[in-house]
Design a protein around this ligand. Structure first.
Ligand code: DX5
Ligand code: ZN
Length: 220
């Protein structure tokens, strides 16, 4: 992938001003909307569900990158397709039949993503990597925004990049958790294609400028 992409995570938006924050992302240099769906079972937090995603979809003008942190995601693949998801990412740890889940996501016309928790080895994707459009490497434990970046992520990204090249796959790599201007360049150098940023963008004084800077660093 030539251009490196920035995906602001709406988990860190002001939900009382969600339309305002969505319009900010529309106006910005951001490439995707990253949308975190949590069920309180797979992760110890509940974010928001279908009615909120439906409302987001009415205003968002960029790719909807939906990250499911839920058990048994197969139950909802069609629902998330109907809600306008462009990329649908499930967790490796939540899928008993990962290959079947990936095919089901693609059958609904979406790009298929697979996310790995910090403890999950990238080589577990050896037999499925050619079927996966995107691998989302968690650089924090999923469930909350605003956590500290786990340094071992760089090594994982390098290992994943090597696997993708060895298998001649076209999979892209996304990083999620604790991304800032401090680690963006090193992540891209290690092989990342898409950087998710929540708190760093939405808690900054000027989110539009922060997105612009981050995108500039990622593409420098
Ligand atoms: C965490 C979510 C992330 C979160 C990132 O479980 O998957 O997308 O919003 O937030 P920051 O960038 O604040 O770490
Ligand atoms: Zn996420």
């Amino acid at each position: 992938m030539s251009s490196k992409l920035i995906a602001p995570s709406l988990l860190a938006a002001d939900f009382a001003n969600l339309q305002r924050d969505i319009e900010m992302v529309n106006q910005s240099d951001a490439d995707w909307f990253h949308i975190d769906i949590m069920d309180g079972v797979f992760v110890p937090n509940i974010s928001f569900g279908m009615p909120v995603l439906e409302a987001i979809g009415r205003h968002a003008k960029k790719t909807l990158d939906v990250h499911l942190m839920i058990v048994d995601p197969d139950r909802y693949i069609k629902t998330f397709a109907d809600l306008g998801s462009d990329v649908l990412t499930v967790h490796y740890e939540a899928c008993t039949h990962l290959h079947r889940t990936i095919q089901a996501i693609k059958a609904e016309g979406m790009k298929a993503g697979v996310s790995l928790n910090p403890h999950t080895n990238v080589n577990l994707l050896e037999d499925t990597i050619n079927d996966i459009d995107l691998v989302l490497i968690m650089s924090v434990n999923p469930g909350f925004g605003g956590q500290s970046f786990i340094e071992n992520t760089y090594e994982k990204v390098k290992q994943l990049k090597a696997l993708i090249e060895r298998k001649e796959a076209s999979t892209i790599i996304e990083i999620d958790g604790g991304v800032t201007n401090k680690n963006a360049k090193a992540l891209v150098d290690a092989g990342a294609d898409v950087l998710v940023a929540g708190s760093y963008v939405f808690k900054s004084d000027n989110p539009i400028e922060t997105i612009k800077d981050l995108r500039g660093i990622a593409n420098s």
